[in-house]
Structure formats: C-alpha cells, structure tokens
Design a protein around this ligand. Structure first.
Ligand code: NAG
Ligand code: NAG
Ligand code: NAG
Ligand code: NAG
Ligand code: NAG
Ligand code: ZN
Length: 807
C-alpha cells in the first residue's frame, strides 16, 4: 500500500523530467547556427555583384536504412543527422528504385531516371549489342574495376554534367558514375575511386571545395561514404557493429558541420544527406530457392546474373528464344508464392524495369528475405535488392540549408527519382528530360518557386459525339444487317429496344458526364476518342483504333443483387458508325484472339438497375483478356462491389487498356471521397486514390497468385497510369493539388489492397474460384455457337414482333 505514493511521486517526476526535456528540445537554440540571416551569406554567395544560389552538398551514406535515424536518437552519442533534421526537414523515408542496390540507385539519384533509362540496370548484366558483361567484382568492395569505368555503360545525364554543360562548376568525391573514363561527362572536380581514402580526408576536401572563390566554386558537390552498408552486409542490420558504423558516419557529419561552422559556411550551403537503399537480415539456410533443383541444366542453359547472393537474380537463357524462356520459367512458376518469375515485360510496371536490352528476359519478384541461387551461394547476414516497397529497403533523406524549410518537419516518403529536378532547381540549372515530376518536392523548400510550369500540358479535346438525326435527335445509327456482316462475333440480341438506354437528351448526357467523370474528361493528344454516355458509365472510345481508351463511372449505391440475368450477350454498339473500326476488326487482326475472352470494363453488376445492365454488354465496353486473368477480374469486381456497399462516401472507377508495351494490361484507378457529397468537391487531402496496371496476358505464374498478391504486385502510382495510358487525369484539380496527387507513392493508400505485404503468406490460393460466365470465348467454334444463338434470338424476336403485329 505504502508503495503507491512513491510510485506516484516517481511517475510525476518522470513526467516532469520528460516535459522539461521536451521543453528543452523545443526551445533548443542549436538551430540558430543554421538559421543565419541571409545577408550574412551575401559576401560568400556574391558573384559579379549578384547573389548566387547557395552551393548544394549531397552526402550519400551507403545502406543507411531510414529507421537507423531512430537508433541514433536512442544512443544520442553523436549529433549530426538528428540536428540537421531538427533544424531542417526530413522524409519519412526515401524510396529507392528497383533493384534496391548501390549503383542503379546512386545513378538514379543524380539523373532522375529509372535504371532502364540510365543503363546501370543491376550490378551484373549483359548487353547483347555490346556483347559485353557489366559486373561488379564479387571479391571485395571495389567500384574501381576498369570495366565499370567505360562510359558506354553510363547513359543519361547526371546532374554534374547538367551543371557543367550550363557553364557552372560541379564536384564529386567517389559518387558512382563520377569517375568514369569520360572527361566531358565527368564533374569539373573528381577523384578516381579508392575505398581506402578515410572519410575524414573526403570531408576536408569537400570543405576545401566549398571555400573555393567564385566562379571556381562548385554549385554541386556529391560525396560518397561506403558505410553503414559494409557493416550491414557483414553482420546483419541489427548488429551492434552496425550501430557503431551509424555513429561513425554520424560523427563524420558532425565533423563536417563543425568544420563548416568554423569556416562561416553553415547556413549558407544547402545540405542533403541521403542513402541509396536499406538493409535486411538474411536468414541462413532459409528461404533459399536453388534453381538447379528445378531446372536441371540451368548452369548450361542460362546465365544467372546476381545469383551469388541471389537477392536480385535475373536469368538470360543462352538461347534467348520464347520457347526456351517458357521451358525454364515453366519449371519455376507457381512453385512458391514468394518466388515469382516474370517475363520482363510482365514485371510489375511501377518498377519500370523492362525497356532496356540490358535487362535479362526472365526476372524474379522475391518476397523479402527470399533468395534465388543456382546451386551454391555467397552467404552474408545482411542484404538488399528486394522490392522497394519493403520498409527494410527504405532509404534516408534529411536536408537543411537556406533553401529548405527549417521547421524540422517530416514529409511523406517519396521516390528518389524526384531528386534530380529538385537539385537542378537548387543549382539553378535546367533539368534534362527525366522521370521525375516537376514540383513533386517543392514542399521541402522554404519558398515555393513562383513559376510552377502548368502541369496540364495537354488538353482534353473531346466532343460528345452521338449519331444525330436531322432534327438533332440521337438515333440508332447502325445498320444492323451491314454491321453483322462486318462482325459476326457480336451476335447478342440486337433488338433496338435494348438500345433505348443510349437515347439520352443532351442535357442529361452532360449531367451524367459530370457524375461519372468528376474531374473532367482526361486530357490527351490522341485524336479519335469519342465520348459515349449511358446512365451508369461513360466510355472514351477510340474510333481510330476500335478500342475503348477508358471507361469511367461513379458507383451507384443500388447494386444489382440478383445476377441471374447477367448472362453475357455482347452486341454491337449502335452509336458507332459502320465505318468506324469495330472490335471485330481488331480481333480478326489478332492471331491469338481464339484463346482470348472478352471482359467488360464497366462491370454489369454495378448497374443501377437490371434493365440498365444491358447497356454494359456493348463492344465499346469490352476488352480482351486471357482466360487466366478472368479470376482476378471477377475478384476485383467483387471487391469493388463490397467497397461501395461498405463505405459511406463516393467511389469512382477509371479503367482502360494499356497497350504501350508488349505486355497488354488494364489500368485501374479507384478514387474514394469519404464525404458523401460530390467527388469533384472532395478536398484533395481527403481524396483516397489507389491505382494499378494489371497485366492481362501474364506469361508465367498466370493464375497461381492470390488476387490480393496479384493486386499488390501490380500497384502503381497515378503518374504511372498517366504515362502508360497517355491520359492526363484529374484535369480539374488545381496544379498544386494535382502535383500533390502525382507525388504520392503506392504506400499512400490501402483502398482496395494493403500495399504492405502481411507477414504470413499462404500459398494455397490455387483452388479454382467460382467462375461467373462473364466473358465469352472468342474461339471459332464457340463463336459459331454464339452466332447460332444470335440467329435464334433474331428469329425469336422476329416471331415475337409478328405475334405483336398479329395481336
Ligand atoms: C558474361 O557473364 C556470364 C555469366 O557470368 C558468362 O558465362 C559469360 O561468358 C560472360 N560473357 C562475356 C561476353 O564475357
Ligand atoms: C524516363 O525518361 C526518359 C528520358 O526522358 C524517357 O525516355 C523514358 O521514356 C521515361 N520513362 C518513363 C517510364 O516515363
Ligand atoms: C429517342 O428519344 C426521343 C425523345 O424521347 C424520341 O423522340 C426518339 O424517337 C428516340 N429515338 C429512338 C431511335 O429511339
Ligand atoms: C502532346 O503534344 C505536345 C505538343 O504537340 C507534346 O509536346 C506532348 O509531348 C504531347 N503529349 C503526349 C502525351 O503525347
Ligand atoms: C449471383 O449472386 C449470388 C449472390 O447474390 C451468388 O451466390 C451467385 O454465385 C451469383 N451467380 C452468378 C452466376 O454469378
Ligand atoms: Zn550493399
């Protein structure tokens, strides 16, 4: 009993201490050293009487996982990064590019390009055109191997060259790609790589560069430190030896800041401290797949790159033919849900990891801590290279300086390809073309740059186009007889009464467009896209390609409960002219069409009434899929039905085909506003959007993934959908709100599926799901039977009409 007051006193003491501490922190004036009056920097920054932008120093700490910052806070022996973050700005994390390894990421940071565009696609790869291998020597930690220094490997424009090209100076200390054998594309100041040069020596060189008089002083300095990556590999990320290295590099940062302070540079230089990727522990003898056990002749039939440790393995068959790829992959696919083999064109689109001859034809998407090796392995307790979605792969970003905001804020995670544009802005140069989104990181700055270029660089150019009669009324344009000759595939009931739903007044059609395409028609340069309106959905149909470009709908609350009448019965769309290319032509041109199915883009079950559901079975709402995709599409339908039934707000779906790569796909953008009013009026920060690019013709692992896994694998950003579809979405949003939406990572929403994998994965989803006979087979025999069915229905209708006439 007597203990209670003591505890109480102790507790209050604790609270008081805590309060005092946090009070102390809040008023900690150690930031004053950073937040200097900018007039003090003028002498340092002035050139020919004008004040130039502060120099930009970027320090990379290899393998510094984003949560290591928290470990620094626990020990608080050194005060480099934490002090910078407190007096500047940091990100929850920075998301690396795939594969999450050193060279591709360092080069993406300085070019703003995905590896497929900058050429350093992995640590080991083969370029068939050059007939040469790029390979990081396995022994030791050497970035100086002469084979890496050949400029032929390094494509794209790193920031130091952008700066040099525009008449300013740049410098780099060991930044990968800065010491290649190319005096033009190298920075003005650089050094040949030598891992033995002590960190302190590198830092004093940086200080010397910063003190160079103008105009010799570099606008950009990149500095590379190898730790804590090395200790992470050798001991695993949780090791105390890693803590030691974290403190060591933090101490180096501290020394750098002290030295800058001593030289009056602090507060006059923009500083970014970042890393390339994180680190995960690698379980010994667990989660290892040996290719030799699956493909007996793998050693002689394929080159396996990056297979020694097996974290980012890729396979290049010696005979790189489709048949050989299929043979190898068929022995590996569907064996293990954590080891997913892909044809490179089917690889999750958000990685943008396909469009380079240097990327091997067979890729693996591995669950974290899984490895694929040939037979024997080089085991290390720590590793990285996995999907950038895993928190363990996340990198560091901390920034401080006169250009950055200095409230100690933590901004949302962002992709490292966004940095190049920002660094160009800070260095006052024009960025080269890159994969970042202009403005994506402007919220890190103290002052938003005034000239945000207009994001709406291409405009909507649609007219609502319906067949009209001479009185300006909509009529069924189609000559059914003529049309059926063109298209004997579409044999659904062409009873004109089924098409009454398309006969809408102009003003009602406009209202429906506002409802179903709430942010305005998507912008594009493409001509030939006509807007077709029906009560429950709106189609953007490309009459030149004979293919729907997109379908958009706001889900109606009354979803058809009974589905008995939803038997597919595709028919020609009466709103198309006979001269317009129809689905039949596009299918006839496709030699594979006999194995394909037709699936609706707008799901008939989402119709507001049973009668209205007939509007959904028109060719303009149809897309070809492979039979193995059907299961996923049906599950997605069920998920959307469930979502709209359970959520109080408004749900909008924007969906359409992706045809910009050898792997056909469907893009799917699900938007939700918790406020049940208008989607258009949804506050941007309330708007919840999740998007996907789903391959419809997967080569391997076709239908052995759970739908959840499939969806999670093929998550994308809205930006990815814009690139792949060629459409500019959310047109009516203000520029800033649009940019805010575009910079969102796939971690920002879990509307349809949680982007983060759950820890326990079961591999039992191969059971056949119940198939609603949603889609019709396009193979000839079946098509014939549908034709017969169609014929019967025509006869039946005719008989019925005669009966009617008789009565
Ligand atoms: C490229 O690397 C593979 C795998 O290590 C090797 O078998 C092949 O001979 C190399 N090719 C060339 C041209 O060096
Ligand atoms: C990335 O940028 C490069 C250079 O502008 C471009 O060629 C490439 O198509 C872009 N990639 C994507 C996925 O947008
Ligand atoms: C379309 O609707 C208008 C007005 O309701 C009607 O006069 C016209 O006959 C309809 N056209 C067809 C082809 O059904
Ligand atoms: C649209 O056209 C403009 C000017 O013709 C061009 O600069 C832009 O890249 C085009 N955009 C797309 C998506 O084709
Ligand atoms: C129709 O819906 C019921 C539930 O409402 C479901 O059990 C049944 O499987 C569905 N039938 C078809 C053919 O989709
Ligand atoms: Zn590493």
């Amino acid at each position: 009993m007597g203990a209670a007051p003591t505890y109480c006193a102790l507790f209050s003491l604790l609270v008081a201490t805590n309060l005092a501490l946090s009070f102390h922190r809040a008023t900690d004036d150690s930031c004053s050293e950073f937040h200097v009056d900018q007039t003090q920097c003028q002498p340092y920054l002035s050139l020919n009487g004008e004040t130039t932008k502060p120099p930009l120093l970027v320090v990379s700490l290899d393998g510094f996982r984003s949560d290591y910052l928290g470990r620094l806070a626990e020990t608080s022996k050194t005060n480099g990064l934490l002090r910078l973050a407190r007096c500047g700005v940091k990100a929850a994390s920075m998301i690396p590019v795939f594969p999450t390894v050193t060279l591709p990421n360092h080069y993406s940071i300085v070019t703003g390009l995905y590896p497929e565009s900058h050429g350093i696609v992995a640590h080991e790869f083969y370029d068939p055109e050059l007939g040469r291998n790029f390979s990081l020597p396995a022994a030791g930690f050497s970035f100086s191997d002469s084979n890496l220094l050949d400029p032929v490997w390094w494509i794209g424009e790193p920031i130091w060259y952008t700066i040099k090209r525009q008449g300013k100076k740049s410098a780099a200390f060991f930044w990968p790609g800065s010491y290649i054998d190319d005096s033009v594309r190298r920075p003005d100041y650089w050094l040949p790589y030598d891992g033995k040069v002590p960190f302190q020596q590198r830092i004093s060189q940086v200080i010397d560069w910063l003190q160079l008089p103008q105009p010799k002083r570099p606008s950009f300095i990149g500095l590379y430190l190898e730790e804590p990556d090395g200790s992470g590999h050798n001991n695993g990320p949780l090791s105390p030896l890693v803590d030691e290295q974290i403190q060591n590099v933090d101490h180096q940062i501290e020394l750098l800041l002290n030295s800058m302070s001593a030289n009056g540079l602090l507060g006059c230089v923009d500083i970014i401290i970042l890393s390339d990727h994180g680190m995960a522990s690698v379980p010994l003898d667990e989660n290892v797949v040996k290719l030799e056990d699956m493909v007996k002749d793998i050693r002689s039939s394929a080159y396996c790159f990056d297979c020694a440790e097996g974290l980012t393995p890729t396979l290049l068959p010696v005979d790189d033919s489709q048949r050989e790829r299929d043979r190898i992959a068929s022995n590996v696919e569907c064996r293990n849900e954590d080891v997913r083999i892909y044809d490179k064109w089917d690889f999750p689109r958000r990685h943008h990891y396909a469009d380079s001859r240097r990327i091997s034809s067979l890729l693996f998407d591995l669950s974290i801590q899984w490895r694929v090796i040939v037979g024997t392995e080089d085991y290390l307790p720590g590793g990285h290279g996995w999907d950038n979605i895993y928190p363990d792969m996340a990198a560091l970003f901390v920034a401080q300086g006169p250009s950055f905001r200095h409230d100690g804020a933590t901004v949302d995670s962002f992709y490292n390809i966004e940095l190049y544009n920002l660094m160009c802005l800070l260095a006052d140069v024009e960025p080269a073309p890159n994969n970042g989104t202009w403005g994506a990181l402007h919220h890190l700055l103290a002052k938003t740059p005034p000239e945000l270029p207009d994001g709406k660089d291409f405009v909507a150019a649609y007219i609502l186009d319906y067949p009209l009669n001479s009185q300006g009324q909509r009529v069924h344009y189609i000559d059914d007889q003529k049309r059926r000759r063109v298209c004997d595939l579409l044999s659904g009931n062409n009873d004109p009464r089924r098409n009454l739903g398309f006969n809408l007044t102009d003003s009602y059609a406009k209202q429906l467009v506002v409802l179903h395409v709430p942010w305005g028609l998507p912008g594009t340069n493409k001509s030939g896209v006509k807007v077709l309106v029906s009560s429950d959905f709106v189609i953007g149909f490309n009459v030149q390609d004979g293919i729907p470009s997109w379908v958009s709908y706001t889900v109606s609350k009354s979803i058809i409960e009974s589905n008995d009448s939803l038997i597919p019965s595709w028919r020609a769309d009466p709103r198309l002219r006979v001269s317009d290319v129809s689905i039949c032509d596009r299918l006839k041109e496709n030699p594979q069409s006999s194995s394909l199915l037709l699936a609706p883009l707008f799901f008939p079950r989402l119709s507001s009434s049973l009668r209205q559901s007939t509007d959904a079975w028109v060719e303009t709402n149809a897309i070809e899929i492979s039979p193995s995709f059907e299961k996923y599409w049906e599950d997605i339908e069920a998920m959307i039905v469930q979502l709209s039934a359970n959520l109080p707000g408004r749900l909008n779906i924007f969906v359409g085909p992706v045809r910009d790569s050898p792997s056909p796909a469907i893009f799917l953008v699900v938007s939700y506003c918790p406020d049940p009013v208008e989607l258009l009026a949804c506050f941007e920060n309330q708007l919840n959007v999740q998007s996907f690019i789903l391959p419809t013709h997967l080569h391997y692992s076709r239908d052995c993934l759970s739908t959840e896994r499939f969806l999670r694998s093929h998550l994308t950003t809205i930006r990815d959908v814009e690139r792949a579809s060629g459409f500019n979405l959310f047109q009516s949003l203000l520029n800033e709100a649009k940019v805010q939406l575009l910079r969102r990572t796939i971690l920002a929403s879990s509307l349809l599926v949680d982007p983060r994998p759950s820890p326990i994965q079961t591999f039992g989803s191969m059971t056949k799901s119940f198939r609603k006979n949603h889609a019709i087979r396009l193979g000839n025999p079946i098509c014939f039977s549908y034709w017969i069915f169609g014929l019967f229905s025509v006869i039946f209708t005719a008989v019925l009409n005669n009966l009617n006439a008789a009565v």
